[in-house]
Design a protein around this ligand. Structure first.
Ligand code: GLN
Length: 561
């Protein structure tokens, strides 16, 4: 029976469900793990029974991450909606086991574009439109929209860049405004870096002190400092940071480099970050959700794995100067890790630049030492011939092969060239001078390219595919209808499907109308595992829910070893 009293109680509890905001900012330098810190804090708060919604703010003027070069900026992570975002969104999705929406990601370009378009449409009714308040209001509106969509208790908002950058000031100002309006409900966490200069051999706190002063000059005081570094923070330096930055010593969290990013939530909890956050935000623990017990079990899988696999990833984007930048494929790496751990294995990935094979074809034989070969997504003609050589090697030598997007398209090209005998088979992404364009641009995509219309115009986001009964992919997924995320302009050319199938290639999954080839494979009787997909299944792999296609691949690699 609903009495007046219970109604009043409900009203009261709704009122007291005050939404909380945690802002994560970076001090000293970029690339020290704000994304992992944000994801880890989210994971910890989930384990305390809270619903969280992560948001990534990228201060650059690009409207999305789609046109950015992955060697410079890392992977472009695609959401179900098709929005092309920063790789941190992938970290959030993986740690928090959530599907994120477009409102969970924003760039300065996106905000400005919206405000300017609104102004052009007289949306500000003749007012002078200014950075403050119109840009900051638009930022805050999006933060609110994201929180409402997820119906969360706490928003975790990571502000990209470093304190002192020119570009993120308006986001910090929007956060400051929120704090002024809701002093009890907003807190700031600074992820900072404490260098140990080689010549000194001592951890230095000064850059962090300066970063905090800079943040103070914006009217913001951090509540917590996460001290990243090669070493743990000692008591003396903890005191020093606390004293000079005016925060409690226990609110300085030591965050030394560790083997796996999935250890970070457990490490943060050693310094009791959850009680600090809840105290700062005037909250009490909700239901305990196993205190990260499941997470601990998952993390232990890595250290306890009995088997070892060696898998080659062949493609480009790997070399930037003297460094290998595997960041461009972080989701593939994590997908492989999850499936390996759950199959009691640790997998070492070797990044092979396909151009090496073009320069020295004999090197291809080195592939025999690998238990599996992956060709991930990619664009353009560079390195393609080397990739095709690697696919041929995998097919002929029966090494398990997984082709992702470009990796499927080039597997089709390889099959047409070397099995069917169309020596000039190719994709129109490389050349139009061929009598066998077996991978071709989609007609509406051609218009985009002809008009120089590159931004957000690929086939993007989640699409459904129907799988052929009894195929490797259908057995892997354990169902006939699947949805995966996409990011491509080219497709298998329907003109050649019949001949390819006659020659033994199986198109084991298509779009519901049958016009787009989503999966290609060779029968098990011919090859233990030769599978390609037009999609990017790696975007949906999660620690607790490894991706079935990657898991099948790993299983066969183990069996074949
Ligand atoms: N370059 C190919 C295309 O645009 C494949 C893209 C990808 O691998 N993501 O269709």
């Amino acid at each position: 029976m609903i009495t007046e009293k219970t109604k009043a109680n409900e009203k009261e509890s709704k009122k007291s469900k005050q939404h909380k905001y945690i802002f994560v900012v970076g001090g000293v330098m970029s690339g020290v793990g704000k994304g992992i810190a944000t994801s880890s804090i989210g994971k910890i708060l989930q384990s305390k029974g809270f619903k969280v919604n992560p948001i990534k703010v990228d201060p650059y003027l690009n409207v999305d991450a789609g046109n950015m070069n992955p060697t410079e900026h890392g992977e472009v992570f695609v959401l179900d909606s098709g929005l092309e975002t920063d790789q941190d969104m992938g970290n959030y999705e993986r740690f928090l086991e959530m599907d994120l929406i477009s409102d969970d990601y924003m760039t300065s370009g996106m905000i400005y574009k919206h405000v300017i378009e609104k102004e052009r449409n007289l949306g500000y009714r003749g007012k002078c439109v200014e950075a403050i308040p119109h840009i900051t209001d638009e930022i805050a509106r999006r933060w609110k929209k994201s929180a409402e969509h997820h119906n969360s208790d706490i928003s975790l908002i990571e502000i990209g860049g470093t304190i002192g950058d020119y570009q993120n000031i308006l986001f910090i100002e929007a956060a400051r405004t929120l704090k002024i309006r809701h002093p009890q409900d907003v807190m700031f966490i600074m992820v900072s870096y404490l260098p140990v200069p080689g010549t000194l051999g001592e951890m230095k706190t000064r850059p962090t002190q300066n970063a905090v002063r800079q943040l103070n000059s914006y009217g913001v005081q951090p509540d917590v400092i996460i001290a990243r570094g090669t070493h743990s923070l000692d008591a003396k330096r903890k005191e020093k940071i606390a004293f000079s930055c005016a925060i409690l010593p226990e609110n300085v969290i030591s965050a030394p480099d560790i083997k796996s990013v999935y250890d970070v939530p457990l490490n943060f909890e050693k310094d009791r970050i959850s009680s600090i956050i809840l105290k700062t935000l005037h909250m009490r623990t909700k239901a305990h959700n196993g205190e990260l017990e499941d997470w601990k079990k998952f993390v232990e899988k890595r250290t306890k794995a009995k088997h070892k696999l060696n898998i080659a990833v062949v493609g480009k984007y790997f070399d930037t100067g003297d460094f290998v930048l595997s960041d461009a494929y972080v989701s593939v790496i994590e997908a492989i890790k999850f499936s390996s751990y759950w199959k009691d294995a640790n997998t070492e990935l070797t990044w092979i630049n396909s151009k090496d094979y073009e320069a020295n074809p004999k090197l291809i034989n080195d592939l025999k030492k690998f238990d599996g070969i992956i060709v991930p997504g990619g664009f353009g003609e560079s390195g393609v011939e080397g990739v095709i050589m690697a696919i041929k090697y995998a097919r002929e030598n029966k090494i398990p092969y997984l082709g992702l997007c470009y990796g499927m398209q080039l597997a089709v090209v390889e099959y047409c060239r070397n099995v069917i005998g169309w020596k000039d088979a190719t994709t129109s992404e490389i050349t139009n001078k061929s009598s066998h364009i077996v991978i071709d641009i989609m007609p509406d995509q051609k218009k985009n390219l002809d008009n120089g219309n590159y931004g957000a115009t690929m086939r993007l986001g989640a699409y459904v595919a129907l799988l052929k009964e009894g195929s490797i992919v259908a057995k892997s997924y354990g169902k006939k209808e699947v949805s995966e995320r996409h990011r491509h302009r080219y497709e298998v050319n329907l003109e050649y499907i019949k001949e390819m199938e006659k020659a033994g290639l199986v198109f084991s999954g298509t779009s519901p109308d049958g016009k787009l080839m989503e999966y290609a494979e060779l029968p098990k009787s011919v090859h233990p595992f030769f599978v390609g997909t037009q999609a990017h299944p790696e975007f949906k792999a999660r620690p607790m829910h490894p991706h079935p296609l990657f898991t099948s691949f790993i299983e066969v690699c183990l069996k074949n070893k």
